[in-house]
Design a protein around this ligand. Sequence first.
Ligand SMILES: Nc1ncnc2c1ncn2[C@@H]1O[C@H](COP(=O)(O)OP(=O)(O)OP(=O)(O)O)[C@@H](O)[C@H]1O
Ligand SMILES: [Mg+2]
Length: 320
Amino acid sequence: MKTELAIGVSRLRKSFGGKAALADIDLSVPAGSVFALLGPNGAGKSTLVAILTTLLRADGGTATVGGLDVGRQAAAVRNLLSVTSQASAVDEFLTGRENLTMIGRLHLLGGAKAISRADKLLRDFDLHGAADRKVSTYSGGMVRRLDLAMSLVRRPEVLFLDEPTTGLDPRSRLAVWNAVRGLSKQGVTVFLTTQYLEEADQLADSIAVLNDGRIVAQGTADELKRLVPAGHVEFGFQDPQDFGKALTLIRAERGNAGNNVNKDDEFLTVRVATTDSAAVITSVVASLSAGGCTASSIAIIKPTLDDVFLALTAKQEAKQ
Ligand SMILES: Nc1ncnc2c1ncn2[C@@H]1O[C@H](COP(=O)(O)OP(=O)(O)OP(=O)(O)O)[C@@H](O)[C@H]1O
Ligand SMILES: [Mg+2]
């Protein structure tokens, strides 16, 4: 089993104009794994990617890629990695194929090799049909896929993908996910940033949640889901009187077990947080019927990474 670290970050700091974009970040990513940095707009994701890919200097702390220091051994670090940044790197005036062969030549691949590599990537990313059209005629999703293909002309040891699927349609997103899985199988370490919880859940061996420059949680998707006991049963009522009665009954029965009331105009719901939905349903249905009212719907809601994310980022906001 590989246990070496592909990426190690310790107490990393970066501020812009006195405002911390990254505050004492610690991270470690084992070689060959897929790591997702999950965070909302402005969390500091691109700042961290820029530091790890040697484009930006940290104010303090250390970061290594492939065991090399990103500040002191920047050229050697650049040799190990590829990056697809949030801003596109393609040349709009060239065709997709020309963009790819140009990068191949920059990486000193011989002419024939650069051409065959471009051809394979065009097929892998479903761009074959548009290969000889100027990129200025591509859709946003096609440009994004070409960007990703360009970062794979030379197979890197560590691949950084900054929000690789933002704005992509479901089919293009799947193509990117499959590419990431394929690379991971070949032993490439992937560091991706995303605002999509599902993406982290689908792809990542481990996840860190970044909010306002701080890591607020770290672990596997399952570990993170366990952080919030957010499973709940939702009882719905159409009649406001029934709803009022039910609320009193449920509160009497469950005490202050976090009954969360959601009154929108259409539907009145009472939520009961629990890890044992079956028991809650049995006992609440019994007490509702004893009290003379009936729920018009009952739903079991399982915790998702969204719950974790919202809970963690809300906690952070409350502290500020
Ligand atoms: N060059 C810069 N100069 C000044 N402030 C910056 C600079 N780069 C980033 N910031 C600030 O640092 C914070 C983190 O920005 P960053 O781009 O890293 O966030 P992000 O998580 O990538 O967000 P997004 O999801 O929108 O891409 C933001 O408050 C941003 O305004
Ligand atoms: Mg960003």
